[in-house]
Design a protein around this ligand. Structure first.
Ligand SMILES: Cc1ncc(C[n+]2csc(CCOP(=O)(O)OP(=O)(O)O)c2C)c(N)n1
Ligand SMILES: [Mg+2]
Length: 339
């Protein structure tokens, strides 16, 4: 878990440097090697590793627009993920999805820029596993700003009614862009929502990887044993702006300083030291994490850009006329009739 937390933190530090290249002085979001928005998850690593370290490759994970720490903890291919973020042809989505749309079928991972969007597919993956008599589970990560979304609430209900092996993990970083939690949500503890759906709700009050691991173990064990869904909320901290370039004028210095003062990586490192892990071992873990990241980013930057002629490939199942010269394989109306 410590290695993955360090990997995620360093990965984002490196992305930050790459992202800023060419964007200054007026902050042109479309310029540089990583065009578009970039949402970093520094301060949220404990939630990702504490949950994902219970999972196997065939357990599905869906994540929102702030996905890197979860993807790394789930074992997404770091090279192909980096190539995707840099918009390269060998990326997970052939360079067309970008950092909010990473899909790695090898480890059953997907994410989306639409908040709470990952909840229905996670419930669907859990339903599929039960229909196939497999013991795989599914986990949907979302932010506290998404817990008022219909997609989340409907998924909780569906999962509960069908006793699905799914865990909903709310990363509560207190903010939804510039909106503080208390202005949009009536409960302080998001896991209280579980009661209305007759499922257990657990909240881990501090971003402590070990506490998350223990709580998640219980929730994922329940799912794996086919005892139904769980809602788990974890208090995390947003060390940075909502996205790169966010001046955070809405946020008090005290709030930002408090987030920076509590680092879940330092906390886990202290635990490891207490258990006799020495400097050499800790340094070796850090060095290995950093070289893995440097190697993945260097590889990604050498990859070719997609060919503009391929822009519409893999975009439409049934391309509308004008988008492609190829004959469609079937008519949409035909599919609907068959269904
Ligand atoms: C359905 C939908 N509405 C609005 C947005 C715009 N949006 C992007 S991130 C965000 C806030 C998300 O806050 P939270 O869920 O707490 O996640 P965090 O950014 O804090 O990780 C919003 C409203 C969106 N992406 N999807
Ligand atoms: Mg939030």
């Amino acid at each position: 878990m410590y290695a993955d937390m360090l990997t995620a933190r360093y990965y984002e530090e490196r992305l930050q440097e790459e992202y800023l290249e060419g964007k200054q002085p007026a902050f042109d979001i479309s310029a540089g090697p990583i065009p578009g928005e970039l949402h970093l998850a520094a301060g949220q690593e404990a939630a990702a590793v504490g949950v994902c370290h219970h999972l196997r490759a065939d357990d599905t994970v869906t994540a929102p627009h702030r996905p890197h720490h979860v993807a790394i903890a789930k074992g997404v291919d770091l090279k192909r993920m980096s190539a995707e973020i840099f918009g390269r042809k060998t990326g997970l989505g052939k360079g067309k999805g970008g950092h909010m749309h990473l899909f790695d079928p090898d480890v059953s991972f997907a994410c989306s820029g639409i908040i709470a969007e990952g909840c229905p597919p996670a419930a669907g993956a859990a339903l599929a596993a039960t229909k196939r008599n497999e013991d795989a589970v599914a986990v949907a990560f979302l932010g506290e700003g998404a817990i008022d979304q219909g997609a989340f609430l409907e998924s909780l209900n569906f999962a509960s009614v069908h006793d699905l092996p799914v865990v909903f993990v709310v990363e509560d970083n207190d903010w939804a862009i510039s909106m503080p939690k208390e202005r949009v949500t009536d409960v302080e503890d998001g896991s209280d929502r579980a009661a209305g759906f007759d499922m257990p709700g657990i909240r881990v009050d501090q971003d402590d990887a070990i506490a998350v691991y223990e709580a998640a173990g219980e929730a994922i064990g329940r799912a794996r044993d086919r005892n139904g869904p769980t809602l788990l909320e974890v208090q995390v901290h947003r060390r940075m702006g909502h996205f790169m370039g966010d001046p955070q004028t809405y946020r008090s210095d005290a709030d930002e300083e408090a987030a920076l003062a509590r680092d879940s990586i330092d906390r886990l490192e202290a635990e490891l030291r207490d258990h006799g892990v020495d400097d050499d071992e800790l340094d070796a873990i850090r060095d290995e994490a950093e070289s893995r990241v440097d190697e993945a980013i260097a590889w990604a930057k050498e990859q070719p850009h997609p060919d503009p002629d391929d822009a519409y490939d893999d975009v439409f199942v049934n391309p509308p006329s004008g988008v492609t010269t190829e004959e469609p394989e079937f008519e949409l109306a035909e599919v609907n009739a068959d269904e």
